[in-house]
Design a binder for this molecule. Structure first.
Ligand code: F6R
Length: 241
């Protein structure tokens, strides 16, 4: 895995935002795979700035988010949909109907249909050109928690205790944090033509070290990215092991 170590987080955020801007200029119908959470916020801030000041347009772009909580009502403030609206979609010219997240709304029956249609929608648009990932403290990528096989596709998963703990700050109490989510699978992620992984801050240093040192191992999902033909990990000084 190619790694880029930068002194400070904004340098990596700028590099990735520049790459996304170059892609959408070259291919206005580009398909982006997008993460939520603390890690990508600066990239989105930079894209918003480039849209306003440098006329980078997202008009023809399609986006697919990595994951969405299960069971939250569409108007719940902590859905990843509302997070994306707040951090990116509301501030650029992407068409609302081009922005896709797995459909995690409450449902009584099987979760397979919304998962299948998510995979189909990605495929119908020709696959993901550039995928932006963060890494969980336990090595998860999207919500593929430890033990996720390389062959997995979009599906419903149970969230790892650390993943739920990390979300308490947003939900207020652990009891309010959803127990399940819909996530792209490892196979879905690995099909992206280019993958950019960001890791910032000292709390990510142990998992960055583990990811770099481990040959592909489903107990450390980020290590399954080794061997992808175009994957790059960008880390700041604190996250560098
Ligand atoms: C978010 C996602 C997760 C996060 C990871 C890191 O859509 O799929 O894998 O990227 O949990 O989260 P932060 O960036 O908050 O440290």
């Amino acid at each position: 895995m190619e790694t880029t170590r930068v002194e400070a987080r904004p340098v990596a955020e700028r590099l990735v935002a520049d790459e996304i801007a170059a892609l959408v200029r070259r291919k206005p119908s580009a398909v982006l795979g997008l993460a939520t959470g603390d890690t990508p916020t600066g990239v989105y801030r930079e894209l918003v700035r480039m849209h306003r000041e440098e006329r980078v347009s997202f008009r023809g772009v399609h986006t697919f988010n990595l994951d969405e909580y299960c069971g939250l009502a569409p108007d719940h403030p902590e859905t990843f949909r509302s997070w994306m609206q707040h951090h990116l979609f509301d501030h650029v010219d992407v068409r609302p109907e081009h922005t896709h997240l797995p459909d995690g709304r409450p449902r009584e029956d099987d979760w397979a249909p919304p998962c299948k249609s998510y995979e189909r929608a990605i495929e119908d648009l020709g696959g993901i050109d550039l995928l932006l990932l963060g890494i969980g403290r336990n090595g998860h990528i999207a919500f593929n928690e430890p033990g996720s096989a390389r062959t997995t596709r979009t599906r419903r998963v149970e969230l790892h205790p650390w993943t739920r703990e990390d979300a308490v700050a947003r939900f207020g109490t652990l009891a309010r944090v959803p127990t399940h989510a819909l996530t792209m699978g490892i196979a879905t992620l690995l099909e992206a033509r280019a993958i950019r992984v960001l890791a910032f801050g000292a709390r990510k240093a142990p998992i960055v070290a583990r990811t770099l040192a481990t040959t592909p191992d489903m107990n450390w999902p980020a290590s399954l990215l080794h061997g992808h033909p175009d994957v790059r990990l960008l880390v700041d000084r604190e996250a560098w092991p």
